[in-house]
Design a protein around this ligand. Structure first.
Ligand code: ABU
Length: 379
């Protein structure tokens, strides 16, 4: 009998998903916001994720329950059973997207266990290619490789090179932000975990521009950013100057003593509707005065009992198929009911085993092509 996973899908791993080119009228890379109808998406891989080595950027962002593994086994592969369960969920999610008519693309399999070095430091392994959202930003027909702050992520974009080259050949603009050096001077070695925003401290300095793509959120001409333990002010400014006068990059005021990534904190879901994490956002800019502010119920799931690279708020890391349909954690009933009450159609799918690697629906995807153009959603 066919074995099914928690999502009712065949549990066998799918190694390669065939690429079926979508019939399209828009450029091959075309994405301006979080909600236009999705045509093509990259879904990451979790196959052979490596355990990052202990570092101040982990201390400043990761739940304490995860520290022991980083400290004792940094540089090794994550345990097989963890990888296997997460992989089944991720492959199933890729199939669900395909069944919804979306062209699903995957990074190449690369060996994450290979050590590497620069003139300034060494790393025992790479982290993973599971979260394309962290590594790339798409603005219209441009894909930007971003300068990530974690050393174990230095070569993370390698797994995506075949796709990047293909998109480039098909007409996309392909840009890489200045490759950071990630020297010791970038890190705040005196970092002490802040108790409150009054004694806020960051694990990175302004030595050079660094940012993770997931610290930005797109709503057409308006782009929202958070300063975090992986995104510094120089990084935000680099993107602002790079995008130029067609865009407005706004730095949001975030109430989070350990910030890393905005996509479980603040998400424009559709024109006029924004989801905020009530624990992390106390005040929105005035430009949202005419928007409906959606405040999700507190998470009921708990992934923090064992190893986890994120908090239970990962359930707020949603992903839009179009401006109505939204992927929501299947085991998070109150959130699904909330989305229904706000006029959305939740698509339930469970990623709890994947979540412990630090990401949800939004993190493991990169919406390469959505049907729609560059617009302004604010007066
Ligand atoms: N990109 C993952 C965010 C997780 C969190 O903020 O809890």
């Amino acid at each position: 009998m066919e074995r099914l996973d928690d999502n009712g899908l065949p549990a066998d791993n799918v190694d390669e998903l065939d690429y079926v080119p979508a019939t399209r009228q828009t450029p091959v890379v075309n994405s301006h916001n979080e909600w236009d109808p999705l045509e093509e998406v990259i879904v990451g891989r979790i196959d052979d994720a490596g355990i990052p080595e202990w570092h101040v950027t982990l201390e400043s962002t990761m739940p304490e329950s995860a520290w022991e593994l980083f400290r004792s086994r940094g540089g090794e592969r994550f345990p097989e059973d963890m990888l296997h369960k997460a992989k089944e969920e991720l492959e199933g999610f890729a199939r669900v997207l395909e069944q919804a008519g979306v062209c699903v693309r995957r990074p190449e399999k690369v060996d994450m266990a290979l050590p590497f070095s620069t003139p300034h430091w060494k790393a025992k392994c790479s982290l993973y290619s599971a979260m394309p959202r962290d590594a790339f930003l798409v603005f219209g027909d441009e894909i930007i490789e971003v300068p990530m702050a974690w050393r174990n992520r230095y070569y993370e974009t390698s797994a995506f090179r075949p796709l990047l080259k293909e998109y480039f050949r098909a007409g996309a603009r392909w840009t890489a932000a200045p490759k950071p050096e990630l020297r010791d001077e970038l890190y705040n070695h005196a970092f002490r975990s802040p108790e409150s925003m009054a004694d806020m401290d960051y694990a990175i300095t302004e030595f050079e521009p660094v940012f993770d793509a997931a610290d930005f959120s797109r709503a057409g001409r308006d782009v929202f950013a958070q300063r975090s333990n992986v995104t510094n002010l120089m990084g935000i400014e680099w993107l602002r100057r790079h995008l130029g006068p067609q865009y407005r990059v706004h730095e949001l005021e975030i109430d989070d003593t350990h910030p890393m990534h905005i996509d479980a904190t603040f998400t424009p879901m559709s024109p006029g509707k924004v989801l905020i994490n009530p624990d992390r956002i106390k005040k929105l800019p005035k430009m949202f005065d005419n928007w409906q502010v959606l405040v999700p119920p507190k998470p009921t799931i708990d992934i923090t009992g064992g190893f986890s690279m994120c908090s239970n708020w990962i359930v707020a890391n949603t992903f839009m198929l179009d401006e109505k349909r939204v992927f929501v954690e299947a085991k998070e009933e109150p959130l699904m009911r909330a989305f229904e009450s706000w006029g959305f159609e939740p698509i339930p799918y469970s990623l709890l085993n994947f979540n412990v690697f630090g990401g949800g629906f939004h993190c493991c995807t990169l919406d390469v092509r959505r049907r729609g153009g560059l617009e302004s959603y604010f007066e």
